[in-house]
Design a protein around this ligand. Structure first.
Ligand SMILES: [Fe+2]
Ligand SMILES: [Fe+2]
Length: 204
C-alpha cells in the first residue's frame, strides 16, 4: 500500500488533496482541470478494485498533469535542475517532461514522499518496464477517463474486463493501431508484459 513510509502525509491527505486541487485551478485550463479530476476519480476506483488506498489513488490522479501547461523551456529547465535522470526520448519531446516535473512539484510543494506515488506520476506518459501497481493504475486511468474522445464505450468495456497488465497491453495495442509512435521505454514495458503473460499462460 503506498504511503506506508509517509504517515504524516497520509494523515493530512484530504487537506493536501484540497490544496492540490486549488493549485490546479490556478495553474491549468478548465478542460485540463476536468481531465485531472476525472483521472483522479477513475484512479481511485481502480485502486479500490486492485487493493490500494483509493484516497492515495485519487491524489495521484489529481496531480499527474500538474505541470502539463508549463512552457517547454521551463519544463526542460525544471527537469534538469531536479537532477532526475531523463529519458532521451523525453528530452527530444519536451512536452513529455511534464511527468517528471509534476513529480517534482508534488514532492517539493506538497510534501509527497511516497516513492510509488512519485514514480506513478513521473512515469505516467511513457510507462517503464518496472512500473508498480499504482503506476499501472494511473496509466490506465489517464487513458480511459470518461472525457477521452479517442476511445469509445466498447473499448472501455473490453479494457475494464481485463486484468491490470492486460489493460496496459490493450491500450498500447490501440496506440499502435492508431499509428502512434511507441517510445523505446514504452516498447520495453509492452514486451515485458507480453512475455510475462505468455509465461503465465504456459504454466501448469
Ligand atoms: Fe500527462
Ligand atoms: Fe493526463
Amino acid at each position: 500500500m503506498p504511503l506506508s513510509a509517509c504517515a504524516g502525509f497520509t494523515a493530512g491527505l484530504s487537506e493536501t488533496t484540497a490544496r492540490l486541487d486549488a493549485f490546479l485551478e490556478r495553474s491549468l485550463s478548465a478542460p485540463r482541470c476536468v481531465h485531472s479530476r476525472a483521472v483522479a476519480d477513475l484512479c481511485g476506483r481502480l485502486c479500490l478494485r486492485f487493493g490500494c488506498d483509493p484516497a492515495v489513488g485519487y491524489f495521484t490522479g489529481l496531480g499527474h498533469d500538474a505541470a502539463r501547461e508549463m512552457p517547454e523551456e521551463k519544463l526542460l529547465a525544471e527537469a534538469r535542475a531536479s537532477g532526475c535522470p531523463l529519458d532521451e526520448y523525453e528530452e527530444k519531446n519536451p512536452v513529455l517532461l511534464h511527468a517528471p516535473v509534476a513529480a517534482v512539484i508534488l514532492r517539493r510543494d506538497f510534501g509527497v514522499c511516497d516513492g510509488e506515488v512519485l514514480e506513478a506520476v513521473r512515469r505516467h506518459t511513457l510507462g517503464c518496464p518496472d512500473l508498480r501497481l499504482l503506476g499501472k493504475i494511473l496509466f490506465v486511468a489517464d487513458y480511459c477517463e470518461p472525457n477521452r474522445k479517442f476511445i469509445d464505450r466498447r473499448f472501455r468495456s473490453v479494457c475494464f474486463s481485463l486484468p491490470l497488465d492486460g489493460m496496459l497491453v490493450y491500450i498500447l495495442d490501440n496506440e499502435k493501431a492508431r499509428g502512434h509512435e511507441i517510445a523505446p521505454i514504452t516498447r520495453a514495458m509492452y514486451d515485458k508484459l507480453v512475455k510475462e503473460k505468455a509465461g503465465k499462460s504456459g504454466e501448469g
